[in-house]
Design a protein around this ligand. Structure first.
Ligand code: ADP
Ligand code: ADP
Length: 221
């Protein structure tokens, strides 16, 4: 399927907080798009709206021209990492992934593939309750990749990774995009994304304050 994310005029208010204040942007296949802004800028809310988890007050968020909720077999279109902590501690990583795979009609072979892609081999048979945040991030990435989706949305995937993990994550994001996927990655730190992203969307108080290719940014500096 066509994997462009197109967000237009998105607005969302929580009580007195205007979380999204008219967001418009496009996430293109084949690129890592960095979604950068301070905590509270609206990154998570944007991802939740794209995934149909929050309803916008105005505007549209489309994936390949369709709303997430209208997609057939959505997990084969969009993989998301929203919260590394959302895990049952008594399950092993492998059991967790097998359960998710089963719910998507996928088998154990695909689980072994994503365990390898996420660098989880040594930990996959241990209970997730003993995992570091970095390992939970890897498990979250593995889960997002299960359905081999053309669109990936990852909220702060660098959180909790050690330096080696950060290098690994950058490489993984690059290769997922090089295979033609649209990859939207949030971070509150520009430094985590400037060498990884092809495109940067800078968010502040629910608005896009910069939307630029990294090549243009470097040329202008
Ligand atoms: P970011 O991901 O950039 O840190 P968020 O999207 O989490 O930003 O939050 C944007 C703003 O909306 C913040 O002020 C946050 O407190 C507020 N917000 C987000 N979700 C809710 C919610 N469910 N209820 C109330 N306020 C919320
Ligand atoms: P992030 O830092 O990744 O943006 P948060 O910790 O801000 O994540 O948000 C985690 C969850 O809490 C989300 O579901 C978000 O909508 C909700 N949330 C965020 N801020 C508030 C708030 N002020 N009141 C209620 N819920 C909130």
């Amino acid at each position: 399927m066509e994997a462009t994310i197109a967000v237009s005029g998105l607005r969302k208010r929580f009580g007195p907080t205007q979380a999204l204040d008219g967001l418009t942007f496009t996430v293109t296949p084949g690129q890592v798009t960095g979604f950068v802004g301070p905590n509270g800028a609206g990154k998570s809310t944007t991802m939740r709206v794209i995934l149909g988890l929050d309803a916008p007050d105005a505007g549209t968020a489309l994936i390949g021209g369709q709303q997430y909720r209208a997609l057939k077999r959505p997990l084969s279109h969009v993989g998301a990492l929203l919260d590394a902590a959302a895990l049952q501690p008594s399950r092993t990583a492998r059991n967790h992934l097998l359960w998710l795979a089963h719910s998507q009609g996928l088998g154990g072979k695909r689980v072994d593939e994503v365990v390898r892609l996420a660098g989880l081999e040594s930990a996959a048979r241990r209970r997730a309750g003993g995992y570091s945040l970095g390992m939970r991030q890897r498990l979250g990435i593995a889960a997002a990749m299960l359905g081999d989706p053309p669109v990936l949305m990852l909220d702060e995937p660098f959180n909790g990774l050690d330096p080696e993990g950060i290098v690994w994550m950058r490489g993984l994001l690059g290769s997922l995009a090089a295979q033609g996927r649209a990859v939207l990655v949030s971070s509150h730190l520009m430094s985590e994304l400037q060498d990884t992203a092809h495109h940067l969307l800078v968010l502040g108080r629910g608005r896009v304050i910069a939307d630029t290719s990294v090549r243009e940014l470097v040329a202008a500096a």
